[in-house]
Write a protein that binds this ligand. Structure first.
Ligand code: CU
Length: 122
């Protein structure tokens, strides 16, 4: 390979890797944008074209909040029944599987009622 072609070749490779990665992981959505996962965030999701394969990023203070994926009934009643796993890192990345709606809420008592809940259709 001639010396002059090495750098352009590397750039093309780098671009290909980046594009492939973004296709695999989909778009990243910071829930609540720069204010994060918080009271009153419910409704942030309205009108956004969130798709399966996209990644929801929940940013919050882990000493105050969490994220739990629940079923529709729990979502509507702000309860967590069954064995839903809580995400607690404060910077949770959750990739959406295909099919139907995904419901998320904060399970700390009273928080869901204060609008810490979102529902997305993937
Ligand atoms: Cu909370």
């Amino acid at each position: 390979m001639a010396r002059g072609t090495i750098v352009p070749t590397l750039l093309v490779l780098l671009l290909a890797v980046c594009c492939a990665t973004s296709i695999v992981h989909g778009k990243e959505w910071i829930i609540g944008d720069n204010k994060g996962w918080r009271f009153g965030v419910s409704g942030w999701e309205n009108g956004k074209r969130i798709q399966s394969g996209d990644v929801l990023v929940f940013k919050y203070n882990p000493s105050m909040h969490n994220v739990v994926q629940v079923g529709e009934g729990d979502y509507n009643s702000c309860t967590v029944s069954g064995s839903s796993m809580a995400y607690t890192s404060g910077n949770d990345h959750i990739q959406l599987a295909r099919g139907g709606k995904a419901f998320f809420l904060c399970s700390i008592p009273g928080h869901c009622q204060r609008g810490m809940k979102i529902v997305v259709t993937a």
